[in-house]
Design a binder for this molecule. Structure first.
Ligand SMILES: [Zn+2]
Length: 250
């Protein structure tokens, strides 16, 4: 999945990327073609249902951020920030214990602003979209004194290494575990196709990997591209997918 000549990624080349997730809800009353997005719901891939929070059947858990003044010290219990296994990527986030699939981390914190240019230069900004799919603002974690540990989660070099997905929920971005994660693993969240491209990586194909999860990637700006739309429609018609998102880090 990785272009060999780009194996070593300079941190400065990490652009930024955003992701976002969108939820197409309404399997019932909504026509499949109509793109209705709302981040007021979380999808449970065990139950194949949308809920207005974590699944009431106990399928999902939440690991809150730790409060602190600097991003490094906000890391949730059971996680540690150390040198990434990705050459040139700087710091990364590692597990010190096991985390079950469907554990939510977050929210991703940072400065909120509406400048696509700043977001693009930051490398740490996630896009927040409104229900219509337009960019509403960015959560920019470029300043470690005004953000938290999620900024240190790197984009994986290959799809097999991906173990988190970024999700927009109630105007915030959370990272959700895609599978059970063992102690000692580095956490990775896909930043989206545009970001991956900037890193010299091939795009990940989530339609194949995650049958229950649909990913819509947000980009900084105008990228709710036709590609994204296509994916969402595919998903919708494939039944049950929802959306997920990814995050970035630099
Ligand atoms: Zn459930």
């Amino acid at each position: 999945m990785i272009k060999s000549e780009k194996t070593s990624i300079n941190k400065k080349e990490y652009k930024y990327q955003r992701k976002k997730e969108s939820t197409n809800f309404g399997e019932r009353n909504i026509r499949p073609r109509k793109r209705v997005l709302s981040d007021n719901y979380l999808y449970c891939d065990n139950c194949n249902k949308y809920n207005d929070g974590l699944c009431p059947r106990g399928c999902q858990t939440y690991e809150a951020n730790h409060k602190a003044n600097h991003a490094k010290y906000t890391v949730s219990s059971g996680l540690k920030i150390m040198k990434s296994t990705i050459p040139g990527a700087g710091l990364g986030v590692f597990t010190m214990k096991e985390f079950a699939k469907n554990t939510f981390f977050g929210p991703y914190t940072g400065e909120r602003h509406r400048s696509a240019e700043r977001a693009n230069q930051s490398g740490y900004a996630w896009t927040i979209e409104d229900d219509a799919g337009s960019v509403y603002n960015y959560i920019d974690a470029s300043d470690p004194d005004r953000s938290n540990w999620l900024r240190y989660v790197n984009c994986p070099l290959g799809q097999n290494d991906e173990n988190l997905t970024a999700i927009q929920f109630n105007g915030e971005v959370y990272y959700r575990t895609l599978r059970d994660i063992k102690a000692g693993e580095e956490l990775f969240v896909y930043y989206g196709d545009e970001y991956a491209k900037a890193l010299g990586l091939d795009s990940f194909d989530h339609s194949i990997e995650n049958q229950t999860i649909v990913q819509s990637f947000l980009t900084p700006h105008s990228i709710v591209s036709s590609k994204t739309e296509q994916k969402q429609q595919q998903t919708t018609s494939a039944k049950k997918q929802k959306t997920v998102k990814r995050d970035t880090i630099g």
